[in-house]
Design a protein around this ligand. Structure first.
Ligand SMILES: [Zn+2]
Ligand SMILES: [Zn+2]
Length: 564
């Protein structure tokens, strides 16, 4: 008898604990008000079984359809040398194929680019430059990852976007009890249980608010869905001990999504993929935590003088500024308007109006719901800025200042002191060839096809002491195909410390102009900038960072000069 009571009591206590732990059901939203329409929604940053996800593309798209989404942006790990799949409607969901590229400074989600002619890798600034050259956009992935090797470390690179929220990073920094609560309640309210792991990521938002004072940077919430979790290490998708299909793609896709504010889809995959990517590039996108309530419609417009623009756009200041927000939000929602990261107005419910004097800034909106998870609570809706009196263009090509003083190192004639350095199984040759008005250097290379060889070829030119009086290295170059060449400075003595700057060259002859200050150490032990007084060699290196094993080719170089 007592034993039975005892068991019942345990069950009752368990039920009470579960009920208390159960996250709230999603909020019912009022119908969209005037001028609001249900947005086009989808997810960005999804892995399939082509990389470390668990399902083929078609299954992932089916899961998105079940979650009520219109598009999925798949970003399997890669170096962009695989031709992306063409945009396609499958099971009624638009499939967009992108890539997640590993760089020395973190992962980049690349969208809308054509097949790369060589592996994209190395420093983030070079990969972003290549993504832009190939017509794509670059989004910093999981910039706030608690894992240092996954964290973004280069905020000077001209990014088009960043992930303000990344589901894969979010759970990593949670307390054990929050994780336990999410696991226990997942079978009952899966998307809501997953949302328990979200927070308002303050450092990333601060970083973003700083970037948007320079140019447009679009923030998106990224699923980073793999639909797997490690068995032994709890959560490592790469756990060798095996993994479980948890959380499912469908439940991840029901947790949160990105919504396009001014975009309609036509049903033609090509056109629509372009529209989705353009909307992200243009900041016409906001994020909603659908597990808390959704899908939510948002409109954010501003006017000054006779012009009115919406979220993502730039607006010149031409008199007092009026900002207006309409949201499909319940009465107890709080709309907060930020200017350059500082809160300037709040309102309860579904509307906010704010008159500002002629104060330029990046203005953006967050909407909070009472009871949202996280410390501090994750915003339910997060919009992109309106850039008022601010530059929106990404400075892909920073202004170039032509040097005035030169010292020529090579123009014509014999190669005094030049030599070749290479890995054992690689080949290289240097020749002078006739060119208009003199000679040119012809550098031929064949890097070995064996990984164990650590293949590389280096053409080494002696540096003169005068280097310390200059700021840049300038030369003309062309190659027989698109490639990256690593220009390096090496110091005298010992092993010789090296600093490098990777440059793009192809069959169009071009002037390459690299500032010594932009060189970065090859080894992490080096000083962050080259010590010019100690430099005794300048190297033109072909290695396997951006060249496939076993590749060969030739480069013509001329007019090598110091400049300032
Ligand atoms: Zn990643
Ligand atoms: Zn990823």
């Amino acid at each position: 008898m007592f034993r039975l009571f005892g068991r019942l009591a345990v069950v009752a206590v368990a039920a009470v604990v579960l009920l208390a732990a159960l996250p709230s059901a999603p909020r019912e939203l009022p119908p969209p008000g005037e001028g609001l329409k249900t947005p086009v929604r989808g997810v960005i940053h999804v892995h399939t079984n082509r990389s470390d996800g668990t399902a083929p593309v078609d299954d992932v798209l089916r899961a998105a359809g079940r979650a009520g989404l219109q598009f999925v942006i798949v970003t399997d790990h890669g170096d962009a040398t695989r031709a992306p799949d063409l945009p396609d409607y499958r099971n009624g969901v638009l499939y967009i194929d992108g890539a997640e590229i590993s760089t020395r400074n973190g992962h980049i989600v690349a969208l809308g680019l054509s097949k790369a002619p060589y592996p994209l890798a190395g420093e983030a600034r070079d990969v972003v430059e290549d993504i832009h050259r190939l017509g794509g956009i670059a989004i910093a992935a999981h910039p706030g990852s608690p894992k240092p090797e996954l964290r973004w470390t280069d905020w000077d690179t001209p990014l088009d976007g960043l992930e303000w929220l990344n589901a894969d990073s979010e759970w990593r920094d949670e307390q054990a009890w929050t994780l336990a609560r999410a696991l226990v309640t997942y079978p009952f309210r899966p998307p809501q249980a997953l949302a328990l792991l979200l927070d308002r990521p303050e450092p990333i938002l601060r970083q973003w608010d700083a970037l948007t004072q320079q140019h447009r940077v679009s923030a998106v919430a990224a699923s980073d869905a793999h639909a797997r979790i490690g068995v032994r290490s709890f959560g490592e998708p790469y756990d060798s001990a095996g993994s479980r299909h948890f959380p499912s793609y469908t439940n991840s896709f029901r947790e949160f999504s990105i919504a396009l504010s001014d975009t309609t889809l036509t049903g033609t995959a090509d056109t629509d993929a372009r529209r989705v990517i353009d909307a992200i590039r243009g900041g016409h996108v906001y994020s909603t935590i659908d597990a808390l309530g959704g899908p939510a419609a948002l409109r954010f417009v501003a006017s000054s003088g006779s012009r009115t623009v919406s979220m993502g756009d730039g607006l010149p200041v031409a008199g007092p500024i009026h900002l207006h927000v309409d949201a499909q939000a319940p009465n107890d929602a709080t709309i907060t308007l930020f200017r350059d990261g500082a809160s300037v107005a709040t309102a309860r419910g579904s509307r906010l109006d704010h008159d500002a004097p002629e104060a330029p800034g990046a203005y953006r909106v967050e909407i909070g719901l009472p009871g949202a998870p996280g410390m501090p609570p994750v915003p339910w809706v997060l919009g992109n800025p309106l850039y008022i009196g601010r530059n929106v263009d990404n400075p892909i090509n920073p202004p170039h200042v032509a040097p005035r003083n030169f010292m020529t190192l090579y123009d014509n004639g014999p190669l005094r002191g030049w030599r070749i350095e290479k890995s054992a199984a690689s080949d290289a040759a240097m020749d002078m060839i006739g060119a208009l008005g003199g000679t040119q250097l012809l550098l031929r290379f064949a890097i070995s096809g064996t990984e164990a060889d650590s293949p590389y070829v280096g053409f080494v030119m002696p540096a003169t002491a005068a280097i310390a009086m200059y700021e840049r290295l300038v030369f003309t170059a062309r190659a027989d195909r698109p490639m990256r060449l690593s220009v390096q400075l090496r110091s005298s003595g010992g092993e010789g410390e090296r600093w490098r700057r990777s440059v793009y060259i192809d069959s169009m002859p071009r002037t390459v102009d690299v500032a010594f200050n932009d060189f970065r150490p090859v080894d992490s032990t080096s000083t962050p900038r080259p010590e010019l007084a100690k430099i005794d060699s300048i190297l033109f290196v072909v290695d396997t960072i951006n060249n496939k094993l076993g590749s060969n080719g030739q480069i013509q170089v001329d007019d090598i000069r110091y400049a300032r």
